[in-house]
Design a protein around this ligand. Structure first.
Ligand code: 3HC
Length: 720
């Protein structure tokens, strides 16, 4: 029956128990064949007189990973999920969900229509739909509040982060944990229940929702949480509205109807498409087009980090968090002590904030060992060098690493822009050399640009990408080209921000416009955070005159305004605070520099600010793609969302351009080119896609296909 449908359910019996096993590798989403199989076999078990109880479980590592995400936005195929869930919920024979792994989204919602839930101690449950721009649309918003109370349910659905079996047991999401064989324990559990007159249904548990009626705090707190953690997103408000219905509707099915309506609104909202693009985009980015999936990985059992500063410390934490023992090397004893102290302090902060248990902190700290000598690195499988950006210094370190580490060890340089091939050339193993551009703070920011050198081997690349996944990074491959992907795109964005300032905008207008677009931080607040003096000092040292675009920031430095580090830059900062306050005293500087360089300051609209800054990202992204520096347009989106505060609900700059329509994008760029022809050279790839009426990443154009093919061979060093 399920031949042409996707996925299946296996049916077997053990005595008086029927076992339904969802089988849709690798993670068992509720694809058409699974939905059909669930309905069919629940009915089969119910019509078999020898069967008295039913177990629902998953094959492999997952219970059910939710609805099949690839189906959203497509024509529905096969039976609908609600029909299958109704068959389970109204089964005459008791059903226990035996949760063998991840039960996420529709997976947990399936477990919630079962009468009982038992999980292994490795089981993970959650409703992560909000991360896809959706709400739990298979009854989750109505059943979870009934089971654990509206307040906890809201927290879980708005965070979208999964919880462990132990926490799920404590909160009452599951009824028991199996420490031995899950199916045997589920059978024993069920035998105990067979014969009871009635079996509990979550839909009938009304106490907790009735108790919440009239308590305005619950919804107000949820709204405040959503405003803080999910600014600009559509789905959180819909989730809250659903829970409001769960609290106030007398009839469970009326709440379900509201959930269906609100779910549909999410489904047709462009944010859903953007966020699902990111879900698949992140997984696509982790694959390298010309490296076979089966490429053997170099086992990483022990690691080293050179440099114990902020970066080195953060990277060491990542290794330890992934369970990999790591040596942190610094040649200065005081630095090393300070660095270890910072690591300890960071973990302590996590314990204080309830994100880690004291014993977990002790366990990870045990994995981090300080050292002063290269000889200690002789047995590591990988070293990440994380010293400051200086090619000579890095080459010197790589020579030492080449001498002191095992010949098979991978040597990675954490650099934001140095030439990996030049670093590799100082070793006898260029195939084992790779760039790993972590973003600061490395233990928090998810982006990892993996820089592929001319000679980086397939094994090295595949190993580092797998390591990135183990560290829970969003890893993206870049060719070894100036600025890699992210910083190269950023240069056009900040160029536009600075030019807007010269033309008449003020920093807070530019920042506010881009923050209301959804950027987590406007460009001037970002420049203040990084420090205005870095470029200024470098230019002074090299005796280079300030380029037009840097005239204002360099003048601020001349006036001793370096940014947050000395409490004044584009903004003023009160002591101990990072909150920017307007700096009206700067306005004369802006005016005089504009005047001096023949700008007639004018009113600039927020729309122009957004277009110029964001479309600058898009144009450079298109150029990067056509040069083969990035593999696919979605990779740029992953970079911008995970490393540069681009709003996830807009799907990244390239997805945003697709949604705007590439013909509209080029039209706006052409308009800007009238006053700045030099900057607005539209990428030929972008022009071509726009002319064809095509989109980035869809029906790859010849250039995109060639870009992928030439990825390994490209010698193009970009055009920053
Ligand atoms: N639907 C379709 N495909 C899915 C999927 C899903 N729900 N979940 C994962 N996949 C695919 C991935 O795209 C990937 O495909 P690929 O190999 O071709 O790249 C493959 O399964 C393996 O996924 P991961 O690489 O992510 O595997 P991990 O082991 O690292 O992680 C996981 C497993 C934790 C289950 C993770 O895949 C995940 O978080 N999945 C999404 C869970 C989710 O968001 N569920 C909610 C769906 S929406 C919903 O249920 C709506 C409902 O309320 C009506």
């Amino acid at each position: 029956m399920t031949e042409q449908l996707k996925g299946k359910v296996n049916y077997s019996t053990q005595g008086n128990i029927a076992i339904l096993e969802v089988d849709n590798p690798p993670v068992n989403p509720l694809s058409s064949g699974v939905r059909a199989g669930l309905s069919e076999y629940i009915l089969k078990a119910n019509s078999d007189d020898s069967i008295e109880g039913i177990i629902l479980t998953g094959a492999g590592r997952s219970f059910i990973a939710g609805a099949d995400i690839s189906e959203f936005g497509q024509k529905p195929d096969g039976p609908d999920l609600h029909t299958a869930l109704r068959e389970i919920e109204f089964s005459k024979k008791p059903v226990v969900a035996a949760i063998n792994g991840t039960a996420l989204g529709g997976g947990l919602e399936t477990a919630l229509v079962c009468n009982y839930r038992i999980g292994t101690n490795k089981a993970i449950v959650g409703l992560p739909e909000v991360n896809l721009g959706l709400l739990p649309g298979a009854g989750g918003t109505q059943r979870l509040p009934r089971l654990i109370g509206p307040s906890q349910a809201l927290k879980m659905m708005l965070a979208g982060t999964p919880m462990s079996a132990k926490k799920a047991l404590d909160q009452g999401v599951i009824d028991a944990i199996s420490e031995n064989s899950l199916i045997e324990d589920a059978i024993l559990f069920l035998q105990d229940k067979i014969g009871l007159d009635e079996h509990p249904k979550v839909r009938d548990k009304n106490d907790k929702v009735i108790e919440a009626r009239g308590d305005n705090n619950i919804l107000a707190e949820a709204r405040a949480l959503a405003a803080k953690t999910r600014r600009g997103q559509f789905a959180p408000g819909q989730i809250i509205a659903c829970v409001e219905a769960a609290i106030n509707e007398d009839n469970f099915d009326d709440g379900m109807k509201k959930e269906a309506d609100y779910f549909l609104e999410c489904l047709v909202n462009p944010q859903r498409e953007a966020m699902i693009h990111i879900f698949f985009g992140e997984r696509a980015a982790s694959k390298i087009a010309d490296i076979p999936k089966e490429t053997p990985l170099h086992p990483i059992n022990k690691a080293g980090v050179v440099g114990s500063g902020t970066m080195g410390g953060g990277i060491a934490m990542l290794f330890a968090n992934a369970g990999i023992p790591v040596l942190v090397l610094d040649q200065d004893e005081d630095n090393l002590k300070r660095g270890m102290g910072v690591i300890e302090k960071n973990y302590k902060m996590m314990v204080d904030r309830g994100r880690m248990l004291e014993e977990q902190k002790d366990a990870v700290m045990q994995l981090i060992t300080p050292t002063l000598t290269y000889e200690d690195l002789s047995e590591v499988d990988i070293v990440v060098e994380a010293v400051y950006e200086n090619l000579d210094l890095k080459q010197e370190i790589f020579q030492k690493l080449d001498t002191h580490t095992n010949a098979n060890a991978i040597l990675a340089s954490n650099t934001s822009g140095l030439d990996i091939d030049a670093i590799a050339s100082s070793t006898s193993r260029p195939g084992k050399v790779v760039g790993t551009h972590f973003f600061s703070p490395a233990n928090i920011m998810r982006l990892l640009e993996v820089v592929r050198g001319e000679e980086s081997s397939d094994e090295t690349m595949a190993t580092v990408m797998a390591l990135g996944k183990k560290m829970n990074k969003a890893s993206v491959v870049s060719l070894n080209a100036p600025g890699f992907i992210g910083n190269r795109m950023l240069s056009g964005y900040t160029y536009q921000a600075n030019m807007l300032l010269l033309e008449g905008a003020l920093p807070n207008q530019v920042d506010n416009a881009l923050e209301s677009f959804g950027m987590s931080m406007g460009p001037f607040r970002m420049m203040d955070l990084v420090g205005l003096d870095l470029g200024w000092r470098a230019r002074k040292l090299a005796g280079i005159e300030s380029p037009l675009v840097n005239k204002i920031s360099d003048e601020l430095c001349e006036q001793d305004r370096f940014g947050q580090k000395n409490a004044r830059g584009f903004y003023n900062y009160s002591e101990g605070s990072r909150a920017p306050n307007p700096a009206p005293e700067n306005e004369d500087i802006y005016k005089s520099i504009s005047e001096k360089h023949n700008f007639v300051r004018r009113e600039i609209s927020d729309q122009e600010i957004i277009d110029r800054c964001i479309l600058a990202l898009v144009n450079e992204g298109a150029q990067i793609l056509s040069e083969g520096v990035a593999q696919r347009s979605g990779d740029m989106d992953i970079v911008y969302i995970n490393g540069y505060g681009f709003p996830i609900w807009r799907g990244g700059p390239m997805c945003y351009a697709n949604m705007l329509g590439l013909d509209e994008v080029t039209k706006r760029m052409e308009e800007f080119a009238k006053s700045d022809e030099k900057f607005w050279k539209i990428s030929p790839l972008l022009t071509k896609l726009a002319t064809e009426g095509s989109r980035f990443g869809e029906a790859p154009s010849k250039e995109e296909r060639e870009a992928k093919l030439s990825f390994k061979d490209s010698k193009n060093m970009g055009g920053v």
